[in-house]
Design a protein around this ligand. Structure first.
Ligand SMILES: Nc1ncnc2c1ncn2[C@@H]1O[C@H](COP(=O)(O)OP(=O)(O)O)[C@@H](O)[C@H]1O
Ligand SMILES: [Mg+2]
Length: 253
């Protein structure tokens, strides 16, 4: 069974079909790229998969279970985590605290515990901190756990966003332009991180504007232009597709 199945997904923003009859499916354990020029509908597709937007029509299935129209928190509990194209961190708290917030949807203690702090709360809290530190180590930010998020470089903030998404134990991770604003060295270590995320058994859907970045790490790529799918295939197939070349050159990207 596919990890994610997108079927005839369409969204209409008062007459503008930002995503138009889009279908693709992602296998478990795959690193799948969704690319296309600016405004092609990549983030909007993400928003419909994660639960931010309800599609006008079409369906989304996560491991066979229909999820379109769900709220984001529901999809997060089902195993979908995401990062944002525009960095979306809590800037004035520490890095460790940012991760602890990401883990919240997975803690079994409810509001009562959070307010009255019974022993179980402290035990869970301790486990949560330990796990957060492991994740920070995994993404390479362990040394900075006590820094305030806004003190991080742009590239480090992107890593922190990924770490926070990982804290909810996703089975499907959606990354929206994680390489944007990174220098070549940071991009290289990001590519390495994405590969290691997949090695943990997490399926990755990567939205990228930068075609070069995705070529090296994805198994398959879907190309969008004006909301429509114009190609789907291996990086080599997609790169050689005249319509794809035209879409990128035609817009001067
Ligand atoms: N909430 C919204 N309301 C109206 N139009 C939107 C909204 N979000 C995105 N769009 C439009 O949908 C199109 C696709 O946008 P987007 O998905 O952000 O593109 P991409 O991520 O590929 O750059 C654009 O024309 C954009 O202006
Ligand atoms: Mg976008």
């Amino acid at each position: 069974m596919a990890m994610l199945e997108v079927e005839n997904l369409t969204i209409d923003f008062s007459g503008l079909k930002a995503v138009d009859d889009l279908s693709f499916s992602i296998e478990k354990g795959e690193i799948f790229g969704l690319i296309g020029p600016n405004g092609a509908g990549k983030t909007t597709t993400f928003n419909m998969i994660s639960g931010t937007f309800k599609p006008t029509s079409g369906k989304v299935f996560l491991e066979g279970r229909r999820i379109d129209g769900n709220y984001m928190y529901q999809n997060n509990q089902l195993g979908i985590a995401r990062t944002y194209q525009n960095i979306n961190l809590f800037k004035n708290i520490t890095i460790l605290e940012n991760i602890l917030i990401g883990q919240h949807s997975r803690l079994s203690c409810g509001l009562f515990s959070a307010l009255f702090h019974p022993p179980k709360y402290y035990k869970e809290e301790k486990k949560a901190v330990e796990k957060a530190r492991n994740i920070l180590e995994f993404v390479g930010l362990k040394q900075k756990e006590d820094s305030i998020a806004s003190a991080l470089s742009y590239g480090e903030q992107r890593l922190l966003e990924i770490a926070r998404a990982l804290a909810s134990d996703p089975t499907l991770l959606l990354l929206d332009e994680p390489a944007a604003g990174m220098n070549p060295t940071e991009k290289e270590s990001l590519a390495n991180l994405v590969t290691r995320i997949r090695e943990r058994g997490i399926t990755v859907l990567l939205v990228e504007h930068d075609m070069k970045f995705v070529m090296g790490i994805t198994e398959r790529i879907c190309v969008l232009n004006y909301g429509k799918r114009i190609a789907l295939g291996t990086p080599a197939e997609v790169q050689a597709n005249p319509e794809v070349i035209e879409a990128y050159l035609g817009r001067g990207d």
